[in-house]
Design a binder for this molecule. Structure first.
Ligand code: ZN
Length: 141
């Protein structure tokens, strides 16, 4: 286990616009605001979800597109550094009209219908993502 101790800083409340790419727009804001460490959550609705599932045996991502209107039941994520730049890591759970549920690692191509995002910027030394041989992922060092 590794541990990083930071303090809560400014809180950013965003409302994304209809048609925004959810992941790209949050990343754009994080970069523009020089947020290097943060926790974030979001809720709302999307017209399409682009997700990834990490195959733990093959150690690679499988892409999954859900091309229908969905509620964003909960999205949770963080910001840390990858290759010296802020990196947004975001997972979300979605529900469809009939209550079916989907979820996963949020990818480019998830299109916002309406979304409220709450980012708590963290003050202190940001965690840095490094390649992890055991999982094949870039994890906090
Ligand atoms: Zn992930």
């Amino acid at each position: 286990m590794t541990a990083h101790v930071l303090r809560p800083g400014p809180v950013h409340l965003l409302r994304l616009a209809t048609g925004d790419d959810l992941y790209r727009e949050i990343t754009r804001y994080v970069m523009a605001s020089d947020i290097r460490a943060a926790t974030l959550n979001a809720l709302g609705a999307v017209s399409r979800a682009s997700l990834r599932y990490y195959d733990q045996s093959a150690k690679r991502y499988e892409d999954l597109i859900i091309d229908e209107p969905l509620e964003v039941v909960a999205a949770v994520g963080n910001v840390s550094l990858l290759d010296g730049a802020p990196f947004v890591h975001l997972h979300a759970a979605f529900s469809a009209e009939d209550g079916r549920g989907f979820g996963g690692h949020v990818n480019d191509g998830t299109i916002v219908f309406a979304l409220e995002v709450h980012i708590t910027q963290l003050v202190g030394e940001p965690p840095v993502r490094l390649p992890d041989d055991c999982t094949g992922l870039n994890l906090w060092g």
